[in-house]
Unconditional design. Sequence first.
Length: 134
Amino acid sequence: MQKIEHIGIAVKSIKEANLLYEKLLGYSHYKTEEVKSEGVKTSFYICGESKIELLEATRSDSPIAKFIEKKGEGIHHIAYAVKDINKETQRLEKEGFKVLNKTPKRGADNKWVVFLHPKSTGGVLVELCQDVKE
């Protein structure tokens, strides 16, 4: 793993959260994006060498909607940048981590993503991400 790529934060309203984070950080987000397959709208802030990703549900059955319903707003996941997502996924599975999607899927911010179940990572949803090279 190379670095913490971003911290994902579940929010009820991107609009309200953007106002809060703009005041907190002192600058605006650089990008908003919708990932229809996951039922989520995102907003990204650069924070040093890492990013903050705000996540708002666009459907009541999305993972973010379910998370907020169960736990409320707050930190949803930590994402780590990796050089080879397939190799890293295989390595972690051999180490005993539960992989939620063994085949990388397209995520926000032009990334391939794989998630590790929180029950196998000390209660934290972990995302592996790799830049999509086209």
